[in-house]
Design a protein. Structure first.
Length: 416
Protein backbone atom coordinates (compact mmCIF):
# COMPACT_ATOMS: atom_id res chain seq x y z
CA UNK A 1 0.00 0.00 0.00
CA UNK A 2 1.51 3.33 -1.06
CA UNK A 3 0.66 6.19 1.30
CA UNK A 4 1.65 9.82 0.81
CA UNK A 5 1.40 12.04 3.88
CA UNK A 6 1.10 15.79 3.32
CA UNK A 7 2.32 17.88 6.27
CA UNK A 8 2.63 21.67 6.61
CA UNK A 9 5.92 21.60 8.55
CA UNK A 10 9.18 19.68 8.58
CA UNK A 11 9.19 16.68 10.90
CA UNK A 12 11.89 16.84 13.62
CA UNK A 13 13.56 13.63 12.39
CA UNK A 14 13.72 14.98 8.84
CA UNK A 15 14.98 18.48 9.64
CA UNK A 16 18.62 17.33 9.56
CA UNK A 17 18.41 16.72 5.81
CA UNK A 18 17.88 20.41 5.06
CA UNK A 19 19.58 21.99 8.08
CA UNK A 20 16.39 23.26 9.72
CA UNK A 21 16.00 23.58 13.48
CA UNK A 22 13.87 20.84 15.04
CA UNK A 23 10.36 21.88 16.04
CA UNK A 24 8.88 20.54 19.33
CA UNK A 25 5.41 20.40 17.78
CA UNK A 26 3.47 17.69 15.96
CA UNK A 27 4.81 14.80 18.03
CA UNK A 28 1.75 12.63 17.37
CA UNK A 29 2.60 12.63 13.65
CA UNK A 30 6.15 11.46 14.27
CA UNK A 31 5.04 8.61 16.51
CA UNK A 32 2.52 7.30 13.96
CA UNK A 33 5.09 7.60 11.17
CA UNK A 34 7.57 5.54 13.22
CA UNK A 35 5.04 2.70 13.17
CA UNK A 36 4.22 3.13 9.49
CA UNK A 37 7.86 2.97 8.38
CA UNK A 38 8.41 -0.32 10.22
CA UNK A 39 5.39 -1.92 8.52
CA UNK A 40 6.54 -3.92 5.50
CA UNK A 41 3.10 -3.63 3.90
CA UNK A 42 3.36 0.19 3.74
CA UNK A 43 5.36 2.16 1.18
CA UNK A 44 5.50 5.60 2.82
CA UNK A 45 6.30 9.04 1.47
CA UNK A 46 6.02 12.40 3.24
CA UNK A 47 5.63 15.75 1.48
CA UNK A 48 6.53 18.70 3.72
CA UNK A 49 6.36 22.45 3.20
CA UNK A 50 9.83 23.75 4.02
CA UNK A 51 12.42 26.51 3.62
CA UNK A 52 14.27 24.92 0.67
CA UNK A 53 14.63 26.94 -2.53
CA UNK A 54 13.93 24.00 -4.82
CA UNK A 55 12.30 20.60 -4.47
CA UNK A 56 14.45 18.07 -2.63
CA UNK A 57 13.85 14.31 -2.49
CA UNK A 58 15.55 12.12 0.15
CA UNK A 59 15.11 8.39 0.77
CA UNK A 60 15.98 7.24 4.28
CA UNK A 61 14.94 4.30 6.50
CA UNK A 62 11.96 3.15 4.42
CA UNK A 63 10.61 6.69 3.93
CA UNK A 64 10.71 8.93 0.88
CA UNK A 65 10.88 12.57 1.98
CA UNK A 66 9.86 15.43 -0.31
CA UNK A 67 10.89 18.89 0.88
CA UNK A 68 8.82 21.48 -0.96
CA UNK A 69 9.70 25.14 -1.55
CA UNK A 70 6.89 27.60 -1.00
CA UNK A 71 5.59 30.14 -3.48
CA UNK A 72 7.59 33.37 -3.61
CA UNK A 73 4.51 35.50 -2.96
CA UNK A 74 2.68 33.10 -0.63
CA UNK A 75 4.66 31.09 1.92
CA UNK A 76 1.52 29.15 2.92
CA UNK A 77 1.27 27.42 -0.48
CA UNK A 78 3.34 25.52 -3.06
CA UNK A 79 3.39 25.61 -6.86
CA UNK A 80 0.98 23.27 -8.63
CA UNK A 81 3.82 21.94 -10.79
CA UNK A 82 5.76 20.88 -7.68
CA UNK A 83 2.66 19.24 -6.26
CA UNK A 84 1.93 17.36 -9.50
CA UNK A 85 5.51 16.16 -9.81
CA UNK A 86 5.32 14.49 -6.39
CA UNK A 87 1.95 12.92 -7.13
CA UNK A 88 3.28 11.48 -10.42
CA UNK A 89 6.62 10.48 -8.94
CA UNK A 90 5.19 8.54 -5.99
CA UNK A 91 1.70 7.74 -7.33
CA UNK A 92 0.07 6.91 -3.96
CA UNK A 93 -2.86 4.61 -3.31
CA UNK A 94 -3.95 7.07 -0.61
CA UNK A 95 -3.16 10.73 -0.06
CA UNK A 96 -3.23 11.40 3.69
CA UNK A 97 -3.48 15.13 4.44
CA UNK A 98 -2.66 16.15 8.01
CA UNK A 99 -4.54 19.31 8.99
CA UNK A 100 -7.16 21.31 7.15
CA UNK A 101 -6.38 25.03 7.31
CA UNK A 102 -3.34 25.22 5.02
CA UNK A 103 -3.39 26.25 1.35
CA UNK A 104 -0.61 23.72 0.83
CA UNK A 105 -2.95 20.86 1.82
CA UNK A 106 -5.77 22.20 -0.33
CA UNK A 107 -3.46 22.37 -3.38
CA UNK A 108 -2.61 18.69 -3.08
CA UNK A 109 -6.23 17.63 -2.68
CA UNK A 110 -7.31 19.72 -5.68
CA UNK A 111 -4.73 18.05 -7.89
CA UNK A 112 -5.28 14.44 -6.85
CA UNK A 113 -8.20 12.42 -8.23
CA UNK A 114 -7.44 9.24 -6.27
CA UNK A 115 -8.47 8.31 -2.75
CA UNK A 116 -7.71 10.70 0.08
CA UNK A 117 -8.20 11.01 3.81
CA UNK A 118 -8.00 14.29 5.70
CA UNK A 119 -6.89 14.08 9.32
CA UNK A 120 -8.40 16.69 11.64
CA UNK A 121 -6.22 18.60 14.08
CA UNK A 122 -8.03 21.63 15.44
CA UNK A 123 -11.39 22.77 14.12
CA UNK A 124 -10.98 26.44 13.19
CA UNK A 125 -14.60 26.81 12.12
CA UNK A 126 -15.52 25.61 15.61
CA UNK A 127 -12.92 27.92 17.20
CA UNK A 128 -13.87 31.13 15.41
CA UNK A 129 -16.43 32.33 17.99
CA UNK A 130 -13.87 31.81 20.75
CA UNK A 131 -10.77 33.30 19.13
CA UNK A 132 -10.64 36.24 21.56
CA UNK A 133 -10.52 33.83 24.50
CA UNK A 134 -13.40 35.40 26.39
CA UNK A 135 -11.60 38.75 26.62
CA UNK A 136 -13.95 41.72 26.51
CA UNK A 137 -12.48 43.77 23.70
CA UNK A 138 -14.77 46.76 24.33
CA UNK A 139 -13.19 47.13 27.79
CA UNK A 140 -9.69 46.95 26.34
CA UNK A 141 -10.61 49.54 23.71
CA UNK A 142 -12.74 51.97 25.71
CA UNK A 143 -11.68 51.40 29.34
CA UNK A 144 -8.00 50.46 29.00
CA UNK A 145 -5.64 50.32 31.95
CA UNK A 146 -2.71 50.90 29.59
CA UNK A 147 -2.27 52.21 26.05
CA UNK A 148 -1.09 48.71 25.10
CA UNK A 149 -4.58 47.37 25.87
CA UNK A 150 -5.94 49.39 22.95
CA UNK A 151 -3.16 48.24 20.61
CA UNK A 152 -3.59 44.62 21.73
CA UNK A 153 -7.34 44.70 21.06
CA UNK A 154 -6.81 46.20 17.61
CA UNK A 155 -4.16 43.58 16.80
CA UNK A 156 -6.56 40.77 17.78
CA UNK A 157 -9.32 42.20 15.60
CA UNK A 158 -6.95 42.67 12.66
CA UNK A 159 -5.43 39.21 13.07
CA UNK A 160 -8.84 37.57 13.04
CA UNK A 161 -10.04 39.57 10.04
CA UNK A 162 -6.91 39.26 7.89
CA UNK A 163 -5.37 35.93 8.92
CA UNK A 164 -7.63 33.71 11.00
CA UNK A 165 -10.79 34.18 8.91
CA UNK A 166 -8.86 33.34 5.73
CA UNK A 167 -7.70 30.09 7.31
CA UNK A 168 -11.31 29.34 8.28
CA UNK A 169 -12.34 29.66 4.62
CA UNK A 170 -9.46 27.46 3.47
CA UNK A 171 -10.41 24.86 6.08
CA UNK A 172 -14.00 24.76 4.84
CA UNK A 173 -12.81 24.36 1.22
CA UNK A 174 -10.33 21.64 2.21
CA UNK A 175 -13.01 19.64 4.01
CA UNK A 176 -15.17 19.95 0.93
CA UNK A 177 -12.44 18.15 -1.04
CA UNK A 178 -12.15 15.29 1.46
CA UNK A 179 -13.46 11.87 0.46
CA UNK A 180 -12.69 10.50 3.91
CA UNK A 181 -12.16 12.21 7.27
CA UNK A 182 -10.08 11.01 10.22
CA UNK A 183 -11.19 12.44 13.56
CA UNK A 184 -11.30 11.72 17.28
CA UNK A 185 -14.38 13.21 18.93
CA UNK A 186 -18.11 13.67 18.43
CA UNK A 187 -17.36 17.40 18.50
CA UNK A 188 -15.08 17.36 15.45
CA UNK A 189 -17.41 14.93 13.69
CA UNK A 190 -20.44 17.18 14.22
CA UNK A 191 -18.65 20.26 12.92
CA UNK A 192 -17.31 18.64 9.76
CA UNK A 193 -20.50 16.76 9.01
CA UNK A 194 -22.17 20.02 8.05
CA UNK A 195 -19.34 20.93 5.65
CA UNK A 196 -19.19 17.59 3.86
CA UNK A 197 -21.97 15.09 4.48
CA UNK A 198 -20.69 12.78 1.73
CA UNK A 199 -17.28 12.10 3.30
CA UNK A 200 -16.83 8.86 5.28
CA UNK A 201 -15.74 9.42 8.88
CA UNK A 202 -13.15 7.24 10.66
CA UNK A 203 -12.11 7.53 14.29
CA UNK A 204 -8.45 7.25 15.23
CA UNK A 205 -7.02 8.58 18.50
CA UNK A 206 -3.57 10.10 18.80
CA UNK A 207 -0.39 8.30 19.72
CA UNK A 208 1.43 10.44 22.27
CA UNK A 209 5.14 11.17 22.27
CA UNK A 210 7.15 8.19 23.52
CA UNK A 211 8.48 9.86 26.70
CA UNK A 212 4.98 9.88 28.18
CA UNK A 213 4.44 6.12 28.04
CA UNK A 214 7.07 4.92 30.51
CA UNK A 215 7.14 7.43 33.36
CA UNK A 216 3.91 6.74 35.26
CA UNK A 217 4.47 6.03 38.96
CA UNK A 218 1.75 5.44 41.54
CA UNK A 219 3.71 7.17 44.29
CA UNK A 220 5.44 9.86 42.25
CA UNK A 221 7.19 12.72 44.00
CA UNK A 222 5.86 16.15 43.14
CA UNK A 223 6.32 19.75 44.17
CA UNK A 224 3.45 20.59 46.56
CA UNK A 225 1.09 23.32 45.37
CA UNK A 226 2.62 23.44 41.90
CA UNK A 227 0.43 23.97 38.82
CA UNK A 228 1.42 23.40 35.21
CA UNK A 229 -0.14 25.24 32.28
CA UNK A 230 0.81 23.71 28.93
CA UNK A 231 0.13 26.60 26.56
CA UNK A 232 -0.05 30.38 26.89
CA UNK A 233 0.55 31.39 23.28
CA UNK A 234 -2.79 33.04 22.53
CA UNK A 235 -5.97 34.26 24.21
CA UNK A 236 -7.91 31.16 23.14
CA UNK A 237 -5.71 29.11 25.49
CA UNK A 238 -7.25 30.89 28.50
CA UNK A 239 -4.08 31.65 30.50
CA UNK A 240 -5.61 34.94 31.73
CA UNK A 241 -8.32 32.98 33.55
CA UNK A 242 -5.64 30.83 35.20
CA UNK A 243 -3.93 33.98 36.49
CA UNK A 244 -7.22 35.08 38.05
CA UNK A 245 -7.55 31.66 39.69
CA UNK A 246 -4.00 31.90 41.07
CA UNK A 247 -4.87 35.32 42.53
CA UNK A 248 -7.76 33.67 44.40
CA UNK A 249 -5.56 30.82 45.67
CA UNK A 250 -2.36 32.60 46.71
CA UNK A 251 -3.45 33.68 50.19
CA UNK A 252 -4.60 30.17 51.15
CA UNK A 253 -1.56 28.55 49.55
CA UNK A 254 1.37 30.99 49.87
CA UNK A 255 3.82 28.40 48.45
CA UNK A 256 1.78 28.04 45.27
CA UNK A 257 3.74 28.16 41.99
CA UNK A 258 2.35 28.30 38.45
CA UNK A 259 4.68 26.95 35.76
CA UNK A 260 3.76 28.14 32.28
CA UNK A 261 5.03 26.50 29.09
CA UNK A 262 5.82 29.27 26.64
CA UNK A 263 7.94 32.36 26.21
CA UNK A 264 8.05 35.11 28.81
CA UNK A 265 7.14 38.69 27.93
CA UNK A 266 9.91 40.57 26.13
CA UNK A 267 10.23 44.29 26.84
CA UNK A 268 11.93 44.85 23.49
CA UNK A 269 9.84 46.60 20.83
CA UNK A 270 11.80 44.63 18.23
CA UNK A 271 9.67 41.63 19.32
CA UNK A 272 6.38 43.27 18.35
CA UNK A 273 4.30 40.15 18.94
CA UNK A 274 5.46 40.00 22.54
CA UNK A 275 5.64 43.75 23.16
CA UNK A 276 2.05 44.45 22.08
CA UNK A 277 0.44 40.99 21.94
CA UNK A 278 -0.98 38.43 24.35
CA UNK A 279 2.25 37.97 26.28
CA UNK A 280 2.24 41.70 27.02
CA UNK A 281 -1.37 41.45 28.21
CA UNK A 282 -0.47 38.55 30.53
CA UNK A 283 2.47 40.54 31.87
CA UNK A 284 0.19 43.45 32.75
CA UNK A 285 -2.27 41.01 34.34
CA UNK A 286 0.51 39.51 36.48
CA UNK A 287 1.49 42.99 37.71
CA UNK A 288 -2.12 44.02 38.32
CA UNK A 289 -2.82 40.91 40.42
CA UNK A 290 0.60 41.04 42.15
CA UNK A 291 1.52 37.53 41.02
CA UNK A 292 5.14 37.92 39.91
CA UNK A 293 6.58 35.67 42.63
CA UNK A 294 4.05 32.93 41.90
CA UNK A 295 4.65 32.63 38.13
CA UNK A 296 7.49 30.91 36.28
CA UNK A 297 7.59 30.87 32.46
CA UNK A 298 9.63 27.79 31.52
CA UNK A 299 9.98 28.49 27.79
CA UNK A 300 9.17 26.21 24.87
CA UNK A 301 9.89 22.65 26.01
CA UNK A 302 10.91 19.71 23.89
CA UNK A 303 9.43 16.27 24.47
CA UNK A 304 11.76 15.14 27.26
CA UNK A 305 11.75 18.51 28.99
CA UNK A 306 7.95 18.54 28.94
CA UNK A 307 7.73 15.05 30.44
CA UNK A 308 10.35 15.81 33.11
CA UNK A 309 8.64 19.06 34.09
CA UNK A 310 5.06 17.81 33.99
CA UNK A 311 5.63 14.72 36.13
CA UNK A 312 6.82 16.91 39.02
CA UNK A 313 3.61 18.92 39.14
CA UNK A 314 0.89 18.68 41.79
CA UNK A 315 -1.83 19.71 39.29
CA UNK A 316 -2.09 20.12 35.52
CA UNK A 317 -4.54 22.70 34.12
CA UNK A 318 -5.97 22.63 30.60
CA UNK A 319 -7.51 26.10 30.39
CA UNK A 320 -8.40 26.56 26.71
CA UNK A 321 -11.78 28.10 26.01
CA UNK A 322 -12.18 25.66 23.11
CA UNK A 323 -10.28 22.50 22.10
CA UNK A 324 -10.87 19.31 20.15
CA UNK A 325 -8.70 16.77 21.98
CA UNK A 326 -5.67 18.50 23.53
CA UNK A 327 -2.55 16.32 23.51
CA UNK A 328 -1.09 17.96 26.61
CA UNK A 329 -4.13 16.80 28.60
CA UNK A 330 -3.52 13.26 27.35
CA UNK A 331 0.16 13.52 28.26
CA UNK A 332 -0.61 14.74 31.79
CA UNK A 333 -3.13 11.92 32.25
CA UNK A 334 -0.63 9.36 30.97
CA UNK A 335 1.86 10.53 33.60
CA UNK A 336 -0.77 10.34 36.32
CA UNK A 337 -0.78 14.06 37.10
CA UNK A 338 -4.16 15.13 38.57
CA UNK A 339 -5.92 17.26 35.97
CA UNK A 340 -8.30 20.19 36.02
CA UNK A 341 -9.72 20.88 32.57
CA UNK A 342 -12.17 23.29 31.01
CA UNK A 343 -15.33 21.64 29.73
CA UNK A 344 -15.56 22.35 26.02
CA UNK A 345 -15.22 20.81 22.55
CA UNK A 346 -14.13 17.19 22.75
CA UNK A 347 -12.52 17.38 26.21
CA UNK A 348 -15.23 15.40 28.03
CA UNK A 349 -14.49 12.37 25.81
CA UNK A 350 -10.90 12.39 27.07
CA UNK A 351 -11.66 12.75 30.77
CA UNK A 352 -14.88 12.26 32.74
CA UNK A 353 -15.68 14.81 35.44
CA UNK A 354 -14.94 13.70 39.01
CA UNK A 355 -13.40 10.47 37.72
CA UNK A 356 -10.37 11.15 35.51
CA UNK A 357 -10.36 14.93 35.89
CA UNK A 358 -12.14 17.83 37.53
CA UNK A 359 -13.92 19.95 34.94
CA UNK A 360 -14.96 23.60 35.05
CA UNK A 361 -16.44 26.23 32.74
CA UNK A 362 -13.55 27.87 30.89
CA UNK A 363 -14.46 31.47 31.77
CA UNK A 364 -15.05 30.79 35.48
CA UNK A 365 -11.80 31.38 37.42
CA UNK A 366 -13.55 30.87 40.76
CA UNK A 367 -14.56 27.32 39.88
CA UNK A 368 -11.10 26.68 38.44
CA UNK A 369 -9.52 27.88 41.67
CA UNK A 370 -11.85 25.72 43.77
CA UNK A 371 -11.15 22.59 41.72
CA UNK A 372 -7.40 23.14 42.17
CA UNK A 373 -7.94 23.75 45.89
CA UNK A 374 -9.77 20.41 46.20
CA UNK A 375 -6.74 18.57 44.83
CA UNK A 376 -4.30 20.56 46.97
CA UNK A 377 -6.25 19.66 50.11
CA UNK A 378 -7.11 16.03 49.44
CA UNK A 379 -4.42 13.46 48.78
CA UNK A 380 -7.11 10.80 48.36
CA UNK A 381 -8.77 12.78 45.59
CA UNK A 382 -5.42 13.42 43.92
CA UNK A 383 -4.60 9.69 43.97
CA UNK A 384 -8.05 8.76 42.64
CA UNK A 385 -7.78 11.22 39.75
CA UNK A 386 -4.21 10.16 39.04
CA UNK A 387 -4.94 6.43 38.83
CA UNK A 388 -8.13 6.85 36.82
CA UNK A 389 -6.51 9.32 34.44
CA UNK A 390 -3.66 6.91 33.72
CA UNK A 391 -6.10 4.05 33.04
CA UNK A 392 -8.23 6.16 30.69
CA UNK A 393 -5.25 7.63 28.84
CA UNK A 394 -3.73 4.17 28.44
CA UNK A 395 -6.86 3.18 26.52
CA UNK A 396 -7.31 6.40 24.55
CA UNK A 397 -3.67 6.61 23.53
CA UNK A 398 -2.92 2.90 23.14
CA UNK A 399 -0.34 3.02 20.37
CA UNK A 400 -1.00 -0.48 18.99
CA UNK A 401 -4.77 0.00 18.83
CA UNK A 402 -4.53 3.46 17.31
CA UNK A 403 -2.14 2.20 14.66
CA UNK A 404 -4.50 -0.68 13.83
CA UNK A 405 -7.33 1.83 13.54
CA UNK A 406 -5.33 3.85 11.02
CA UNK A 407 -4.44 0.79 8.93
CA UNK A 408 -8.06 -0.39 9.02
CA UNK A 409 -9.07 3.07 7.81
CA UNK A 410 -6.61 2.82 4.88
CA UNK A 411 -7.76 -0.68 3.97
CA UNK A 412 -11.44 0.26 4.07
CA UNK A 413 -10.77 3.25 1.81
CA UNK A 414 -8.82 1.19 -0.75
CA UNK A 415 -11.54 -1.45 -0.86
CA UNK A 416 -14.24 1.11 -1.72
Amino acid sequence: MKVLWVIAFVLPEASKFIGEKKTPFGGWIGEMIEKLKSDSSIDLAIAMKSSVKELKKIEDKNITYYFLPTKKKDSSDVDIDTCNFILRDFCPDILHAEGTEHKFTKTFLENWNGQNVVSLQGVLNGYKNYEFGGLKLHRLLFRPTHIKDIIFAFLMIINKALIFNKRVIIEKQTIGLAKNILGRTIWDRSHYYYFNKDASYFRCNRILRSSFYSNYKKNRKYEPYSIFLGNSSQARKGAHFVLEAVALLKDEFPNLKLYVAGLKYSNSISDIKSYFGYRSYLNRKIKELKLAKYINFVGILNEKEMAQTLIKMHVYVMSSVIENSPNTLGEAMMLGVPCVASYNGGVSEMANDEKESLLYRSDDPKMLAYQIKRIFESRDLAILLSENAYKKASLTHNSSKNYRDLINCYQTIIEK
